[in-house]
Design a binder for this molecule. Structure first.
Ligand code: FAD
Length: 623
C-alpha cells in the first residue's frame, strides 16, 4: 500500500545520524518520518556508551548549539564526566561523559516522541524509489510505500553487515540486530560508489566477577562538567567511578599465539578498520615493543552489572577472549556477558556527496553517518543534523538560504564534511582537533557563538535556547565593558587588592580587562577583586577572548584571506578541460571531485596554487 501521508523528509535509520536528521528536519517545520528497524533501539550506542572526548565533544557542542539532542541526552544519562586536556589550551580541552546506555536511549526516544512534525515508524526499508534521477519514495520490508520529497539514509553498520567472531561469521547489523541486505543490494544496483569497512567492539564483563580493589580508581571531575549549553549538573544522574587495569606479557602471548584464528589476520575480513581505535590483536601486532596497554574498565549503566573494557576490542574466538581477559589484574575470574566481535559493512565514497550531503548521482537522496565512512556517534550525529537541515531546506522556501554547510573556519562540522567530500576516506574517519587548521576559533566552549545564530535563522533553535544565548552574549558584553572601565594603579584600592589576590606586581596603571592578559591571572581573580557577578561560562569566555586575542586575530586574518576563495563558487558543470594551462592530471582530479568552491579545489591534493589562479581567472572572464 501507499501510505496516505506524503512526507517532506523520510529518514531511514534511528541511530545517531538518523535521530539528529529527523529532529532537525522536523524542528525546521518539515513533515518528517523516521523509519527504523526497531523503535526500542532508537539512539542505541553500538559500542562504548561514552559521548565526547577530544575532537568529538567539539562536534557534540556544535550539534547542541544548533538545537540537537545529543548533548542534553548526555547530561541526562552521564554517569561520569571529565574534562580531558584540562591543563592544556582551551582549543584542545574536551568534555567526555560515560553514559548509562538505557538512560541515554530513553532521553533520545523521549525527545523524538515529543517532537512536533515528526512521525516514527518501525520497519526496515528495503528500497528507495528513484524517478527521473530523483528519490521520491521509500518501500518497507512489507511493501508499504512512503512518498517523500527527500530521503536521508543513515543505515550505520547495517548495510551488508557481517559479524565476525574468530573464523565464524554471520550476517548482522550489529550483535542482536538484523542487517540491511535488500537495501544494500538496491544501492549497489543504483551504481553508487561502494566499499567495505570494519569496526569492532570488546567483550562485556559482569562486574560481580571483577576485583576492583587491585585496579586504579578513576573518579569523575569536580566540579562536575556539563555537556550542553542548556545543561546543568542537576540533570545528571548518580555519578560513578571508572577503573584502570593493564594488559601484560601473558595477555600478549595468548593473543600472539592465536593470531591465526583472528579473521583480521587470516584474511577473512577485507574491510579496513579504524586506525585510532584498533583491536587489541592489531595493537599487539603493530606495537610489538610495548609489553602493556592501559585498559579502562567502564560501567555501562546504573542498573546493570555489565562493564565495558575499553581498549580490548577484538574479533578473536570466544575461548581466546576469555583466556586473555583473565590474565589482567582484577579480571582473573571475569565472566563474559557478551563476546567481542568485528563487523564489516558497506560504506559509500563520500566524494560522491555535495557539501549538503546530498548524493551527486541521485537528487534528493542524502547520506549521513557511518555510511559515509566515518566512525563515532558524534561524527554521525553532526552529519545527520546537516543532512536533515539540507533535506528540509530543499523542500522549503527559506528566505535566508536554500542550502547550508558551515565553512572550515566556522565548525568542526565544516572540517568533517570538507575532508570527506574532498579527500574521501579509505578507513573509518574520526574527528581530531588536529584536523582543524583554525582550532583556536573552533573550541568546544564557543560552539554557541559560532552556530546558534545561524541555527536560529534556520529554524533549529527554540525560543528558550535563543533567549539564554542572547542573555549570555549581553552579559559578556556588559561585563567586558565594565572591566575595561575599571582602572587599577600601583597605589589605588583596586591595584592593591589585585596584588594581594594574585601576588602580581603592578608597575603602571591597567584596566581590569587588560590584567587578564597576565598568564597567572584568571577570571576568578579579577572577579574576586572587582566584585564581578557573572555566570562561570561568561567569565570563562571573557578570559579566553583576552588571553588568546593575538592568536585569534591572526587566525581571523588567514580566514579573511581564504574567504575570497570560499565565496567563489565553481558551477557543477564547469568545463575544466577548457581552462588552458591545467595539466591533464589536475583536470581529472577536478572532474572526479567537482569541488563546490575554489577553496575546496585548493584542498584537493595535487591541485596547485597556479591551477587555482587559472581557475579564478577563467571564472572572472566568464562573468
Ligand atoms: P547506527 O548507530 O549504526 O544506526 C543505524 C540505524 O539504522 C539503526 O537503528 C538500524 O536499525 C537502522 N537501519 C539500518 N538500515 C535500515 C533499514 N534498511 N531500514 C530501517 N532502519 C535501518 N565508534 C567509535 O567511535 N568507536 C568505536 O570503537 C566503535 N566501535 C564500534 C563497534 C561496533 C561493533 C559497532 C557496530 C559500531 C562501532 N562504532 C564505534 C561505531 C558507532 O557505533 C557508529 O559510528 C555510530 O553508531 C554510527 O551512527 P549511525 O547513526 O551512522 O548508525
Amino acid at each position: 500500500m501507499t501510505y496516505p501521508k506524503a512526507y517532506d523528509v523520510v529518514v531511514i535509520g534511528g541511530g545517531h545520524a538518523g535521530t539528529e536528521a529527523a529532529l532537525a528536519a522536523a524542528r525546521m517545520g518539515a513533515q518528517t518520518l523516521l523509519l527504523t528497524h526497531n523503535i526500542e533501539t532508537l539512539g542505541q550506542m553500538s559500542c562504548n556508551p561514552a559521548i565526547g572526548g577530544i575532537g568529538k565533544s567539539h562536534l557534540v557542542r556544535e550539534i547542541d548549539a544548533l538545537g540537537g539532542a545529543m548533548a542534553l541526552a548526555t547530561d541526562k544519562a552521564g554517569i561520569q564526566f571529565r574534562v580531558l586536556n584540562s591543563r592544556k589550551g582551551a582549543a584542545v580541552r574536551a568534555t567526555r561523559a560515560q553514559a548509562d546506555r538505557i538512560l541515554y536511549k530513553a532521553a533520545i526516544r523521549h525527545t523524538l516522541e515529543n517532537q512536533p512534525n515528526l512521525d516514527l515508524f518501525q520497519q526496515g526499508a528495503d528500497d528507495i524509489l528513484v524517478e527521473n534521477g530523483k528519490a521520491c519514495a521509500v518501500v518497507t520490508a512489507t511493501g508499504i510505500i512512503f512518498r517523500t520529497k527527500t530521503v536521508v539514509l543513515t543505515s550505520g553498520t547495517f548495510l551488508g553487515g557481517v559479524i565476525h567472531i574468530g573464523l565464524d561469521n554471520s550476517k548482522g547489523g550489529r550483535a542482536g540486530d538484523q542487517p540491511s541486505i535488500k537495501l544494500a543490494e538496491r544501492l549497489r544496483e543504483l551504481k553508487l560508489p561502494v566499499g567495505r569497512l570494519k569496526t569492532g567492539t570488546p567483550a562485556r564483563i559482569d562486574a560481580r566477577t571483577v576485583d576492583f580493589s587491585v585496579m586504579q580508581t578513576q573518579p569523575g571531575d569536580t566540579p562536575l562538567p556539563v555537556m550542553s549549553f542548556m545543561g546543568n549538573v542537576d540533570m545528571h544522574p548518580e555519578q560513578v567511578n571508572c577503573f584502570i587495569t593493564h594488559t601484560n606479557e601473558k595477555t600478549h602471548d595468548i593473543i600472539r599465539k592465536h593470531l591465526d584464528r583472528s579473521p583480521l589476520f587470516s584474511g577473512t575480513i577485507e574491510g579496513v578498520g579504524p586506525r585510532y581505535c584498533p583491536s587489541i590483536e592489531d595493537k599487539i601486532h603493530r606495537f610489538a615493543d610495548k609489553n602493556s596497554h592501559q585498559i579502562f574498565i567502564e560501567p555501562e549503566g546504573l542498573t546493570t552489572h555489565e562493564l565495558y573494557p575499553n581498549g580490548i576490542s577484538t574479533s578473536l574466538p570466544f575461548d581466546v577472549q576469555l583466556e586473555f581477559i583473565r590474565t589482567m589484574a582484577g579480571l582473573e575470574n571475569a565472566h563474559i556477558t557478551r563476546p567481542g566481535y568485528a563487523i564489516e559493512y558497506d560504506y559509500f565514497n563520500p566524494q560522491n556527496l555535495k557539501p549538503t550531503l546530498e548524493t551527486k548521482s541521485i537528487d534528493s537522496l542524502y547520506f549521513a553517518g557511518q555510511i559515509n565512512g566515518t566512525t563515532g556517534y558524534e561524527e554521525a550525529g553532526v552529519q545527520g543534523l546537516l543532512a536533515g537541515v539540507n533535506a528540509a531546506l530543499s523542500t522549503q522556501d527559506n528566505p535566508v538560504m536554500d542550502s547550508w554547510t558551515p565553512r572550515r573556519d566556522q565548525a568542526y562540522l565544516g572540517v568533517l564534511v570538507d575532508d570527506l567530500i574532498t579527500h574521501g576516506t579509505k578507513e573509518p574517519y574520526r574527528m581530531f582537533t588536529s584536523r582543524a587548521e583554525y582550532r583556536l576559533l573552533l573550541r568546544e566552549d564557543n560552539a554557541d557563538q559560532r552556530l546558534t545564530e545561524i541555527g536560529r535563522k534556520l529554524g533549529l533553535v527554540d525560543d528558550t535556547r535563543w533567549q539564554a544565548y542572547q542573555q549570555k552574549m549581553e552579559s559578556m558584553a556588559t561585563e567586558s565593558a565594565r572591566l575595561k572601565d575599571l582602572w587599577a594603579t600601583p597605589h589605588n584600592e583596586l591595584g592593591k587588592k589585585f596584588t594581594e589576590q594574585t601576588g602580581e606586581v603592578l608597575s603602571k596603571e591597567a584596566t581590569a580587562y587588560d590584567l587578564l592578559k597576565r598568564p597567572n591571572v584568571g577570571f576568578n581573580d579579577i572577579a574576586a577583586v572587582t566584585g564581578a557577578q557573572v555566570a562561570a561560562d561568561v567569565g570563562e569566555q571573557i578570559e579566553i577572548s583576552v588571553k588568546y586575542a593575538g592568536y585569534i586575530d591572526r587566525q581571523q586574518e588567514d580566514i579573511d584571506q581564504m574567504k575570497r576563495l570560499e565565496n567563489t563558487q565553481l558551477p557543477a558543470d564547469f568545463d575544466y578541460k577548457a581552462v588552458s594551462g591545467l595539466s591533464n592530471e589536475i583536470v581529472q582530479k577536478l572532474n572526479d571531485i567537482r569541488p563546490a568552491t575554489l577553496a575546496q579545489a585548493s584542498r584537493i591534493s595535487g591541485v596547485t596554487p597556479a591551477a587555482i589562479q587559472l581557475l579564478g581567472m577563467t571564472l572572472k572572464k566568464q562573468k
